[in-house]
Ligand binder design. Structure first.
Ligand code: 3UK
Length: 516
């Protein structure tokens, strides 16, 4: 007989009485002019737990959280899971229609949203299947006003295997799908990744440019700082290089989490006469897409800091292959994080050899329980505990992993496999190239060829530059990988979580046919 899992609740994990006795007066969150101690946060969670249960929410109900990064988002997330309901953080950059799709898909009974998001939220208040609660993050914290009325809330009984939250991801195409995670998943990411790779102390100050609604940001700004008794710096403004320069100078984070496009923008900003003060930073992390070796090297040269690239996914909750401080390699995602297992699977279903490309499968206790209401897709994604990531990787003799591409992004030219990432990382070493994406296109004869979309730095996008770039690539790549077509664009299309939208470039490339 299977042993029944013991009682466990995420709120208790982070803010139990014993921890509060030790950490209560330390700062948990810094946000605008506010500073919340761990005790304050507990008060805020209790306030929200009461409001949520008062609105009729019970175990397993879904509570959608369409909030900017704020103490209220952290508190309402923990409050929701503390009463056994399922929190659904929503990407505030999505359109009204996309937000409505998610609310309908998870059948939320309650939506907590921001007065500031009124244009999007107004449409929500017309819903009749759910109620809406508005939050004003500019107001004073609720617990200060109403603490007396909202004493400690008794928790619903949950275990490590109770559903806790849903994270929606659209992948590169298709409708968003919700990855369901259990109460026990967050502690696994803390033990596997944060404890061994970040090695946080109570003195650490964490800042993530990726938001809490994204699995990466949820780990960076909620799970890891709170589990370590550290401080998280939250910001609801757009993370431009100017904004970040201020955060680094004024808030002095010790750990910074970004995405590759932002690291590149920060390097450009720093090179344009402005200076970034990174003197408080001891650790930089990158995820979301592959960090090109060029950025890794430029950053190290400029600031004397390594960027620890690591791959994570919504399905696995956080990073499962990562570089380590002091042994990071540019162009590599690093080695397997202890607690996870990885397999690179070839076309015949067996594991590939050293330096051979294969499909990446991972296994680990932070994996999602499944996609919400998508049984078939769940079965196609997880088999025997192995999660198919959709990525192609190769592993060298020292067990370092190299991202070859998403399996749907790789294509063949003259019968030979081409990895867009490899061509892009070569193009990015040219001084004129600020951003690069390569997709499959057809030449005049209708044959598959590589087409490069480039954002150019301080230069005219001339025919001469195209020739120069092709010669540059030809000197560094086999002929079939040299982009036969080059197009200059003003801005790279990216998702709000920082990934290149290759499907949009592919569609454009198909339309353009053989020109270019
Ligand atoms: C790609 C990477 C190369 C890869 C995420 C950290 O990105 C996260 O989750 P998503 O569900 O996307 C997952 C996919 O993104 N990817 C992510 N990181 C890297 N590719 N190098 C990387 N370092 O295709 C993966 O399958 O949005 C990242 C933590 C939690 C996350 N959810």
């Amino acid at each position: 007989m299977k042993e029944s899992p013991s009682k466990f609740n995420l709120l208790d994990y982070f803010l139990n009485p014993a921890r509060l006795a030790r950490l209560g007066h330390r700062t948990a969150i810094e946000f605008r002019h506010k500073r919340l101690t761990y005790n304050d946060l507990r008060g805020e969670v209790d306030y929200w737990a009461r409001k949520i249960t008062d609105s009729g929410i019970t175990q397993s109900d879904r509570v959608a959280l369409a909030l900017l990064d704020s103490p209220e988002l952290i508190a309402s997330f923990l409050a929701t899971v503390s009463v056994g309901a399922i929190a659904v953080p929503i990407n505030t950059f999505l359109s009204r229609d996309e937000i409505q799709f998610i609310i309908a898909d998870c059948d939320a009974q309650l939506v907590i949203t921001e007065s500031e998001l009124a244009p999007k939220a107004n449409a929500l208040s017309t819903g009749d299947k759910f109620s809406v609660m508005f939050v004003d993050t500019h107001a004073r914290p609720c617990f200060e006003l109403e603490r007396e009325a909202y004493g400690s809330q008794s928790q619903t009984e949950t275990t490590g295997e109770s559903p806790a939250f849903l994270l929606y991801t659209s992948g590169s195409t298709g409708a968003p799908k919700g990855a369901l995670h259990l109460h026990g998943a967050i502690p696994v990411t803390v033990e596997n990744y944060s404890d061994s790779i970040l090695r946080l102390t109570e003195e650490d100050r964490l800042y993530s440019s990726s938001r809490l609604f994204f699995a990466y940001g949820l780990g960076n700004s909620l799970s890891f700082p709170l589990a370590a008794g550290a401080t998280v710096i939250l910001d609801s403004e757009r993370p431009t290089p100017e904004r970040l320069a201020r955060i680094f100078a004024e808030r002095r984070p010790s750990v910074f989490f970004g995405v590759p496009a932002l690291y590149r923008a920060l390097l450009d900003y720093n090179g344009s006469g402005e200076r970034l003060d990174l003197s408080s930073v001891r650790l930089c992390v990158s995820a979301g897409e592959a960090l090109p070796a060029k950025i890794f090297e430029d950053w190290r040269r400029e600031f004397g800091l390594e960027i620890l690239d690591g791959i994570g996914s919504t399905e696995m909750l956080h990073i499962f292959i990562s570089n380590r401080a002091g042994e990071a390699r540019g162009g590599s995602s690093g080695r397997i994080v202890e607690g996870y297992e990885a397999r690179l699977v070839g076309d015949n279903g067996g594991e590939v050899g050293v330096d051979e490309a294969g499909k990446l499968w991972v296994k680990g206790a932070s994996a999602m329980a499944g996609y919400w209401n998508r049984e078939e897709l769940t079965r196609a994604t997880i088999r025997d505990g192995w999660v198919r990531t959709g990525d192609v990787y190769r592993r060298d003799a020292e067990e370092f992993f190299y991202h070859v591409g998403r399996s749907d992004d790789c294509f063949k030219v003259r019968g030979l496999w081409v990895s867009p990432v490899e061509i892009e990382s070569v193009l990015l070493t040219h001084k004129a190239v600020a951003d690069a994406a390569v997709v499959a296109a057809k030449d005049e004869q209708g044959l598959a060829t590589a087409r490069a979309y480039l954002v150019i730095r301080n230069a005219e996008g001339s025919e001469e530059l195209k020739r120069e770039l092709r010669d540059f690539a030809a000197a560094r790549l086999p002929q079939y990988k040299v982009p036969a077509q080059i197009e200059f664009i003003n801005e790279m299309p990216r998702t709000s979580t920082g990934k290149i939208q290759r499907y949009r470039l592919r569609a454009a490339a198909q339309q353009r046919g053989s020109e270019g």
